[in-house]
Design a protein around this ligand. Sequence first.
Ligand SMILES: C[S@@+](CC[C@H](N)C(=O)[O-])C[C@H]1O[C@@H](n2cnc3c(N)ncnc32)[C@H](O)[C@@H]1O
Length: 314
Amino acid sequence: MLRACTWSSARFCLRGNNAVDCPLKRSSEQRSRNRFDIPVAGRAAAHRSAVTALPSEETFGAVDSGEAEELGRRRRRHLKKKPGWYRKRQTGNLSKAQKQILRELWPNFGIELKYGVPVDLEGAFGQEINGLVLEVGFGMGEALTEMAAARPALSFVGVEWHRAGLASALKQIRDLELRNVRLVRGDALRLLADHMPNDSIDETCIFFPDPWPYDRDKERRVVRPQMLRLLRDRMKPGGLLHVATDVEDYARWTKEVMDDMAADGWVDCNSSETGYLITRPTWRPVTKYEIRGIEELGHDIFDMQFKLCDADMC
Ligand SMILES: C[S@@+](CC[C@H](N)C(=O)[O-])C[C@H]1O[C@@H](n2cnc3c(N)ncnc32)[C@H](O)[C@@H]1O
């Protein structure tokens, strides 16, 4: 007896215990109409492969307008082929007000990355820089703007790829009348690899990074050797790295990765035996994800600090 199964985009039949090509196999047109038949796990895999297939330049400013147009065309073509849930995730749902904030404030507070060109930090801030703090993945920007308001003598750069977060941070920059914050839209690793000058950063903050809890995904974590090697080159000797997380496994992971990187000059500043602190340093603002971790998930908060020293200082 033939039994049809539709668990993948191709259609097979079971003949006894063997899967065979189904004589009722659907055309690609029928399949695309029915794509939500794909179970969740299949959709996640489809999403992952689609993400890796995205043109990487999309997070960057293009070299010239011709190239920008070509990138725009490629992106539209790319999105047209994808299911609705994927398009929504990629383009985001910005309200009119958010779009207007981006239009109005981005030219003043956004740093456009140009392919292969290092960022001109002094030009971006319009003044000499006396200490630069980088926040990786600032989310909605509450911590970034609060820290910038509390330490006006320092310059702050935040990097985030979600436009809703950028709009929220821009609104706070305007409301608090901050002059010492600039934002970058894109991937922090790309920013560090291709655009930040060497020895330019005094402090780096990574607050409540995406946890990527499954073993198969852990290499995607922001705190990973590739990131730490880039930070070592872009940060000044004596620079500080702050990591905060509500995921105990992430705290343990961070400690292990940092211990492995000790030869690169990273020194653990945490005095506790476990290598992470449970109490929040008073200078660190509370963030949205921190509140969610405590109130909804009942998590503890782990704060960690590491110092980069050169051979003379260690
Ligand atoms: C869990 S949220 C935490 C946001 C914020 N720090 C907070 O505590 O509320 C992690 C954020 O990091 C951003 N992110 C993750 N990887 C990134 C990367 N490679 N470059 C830039 N942003 C990244 C995500 O877009 C997300 O907004």
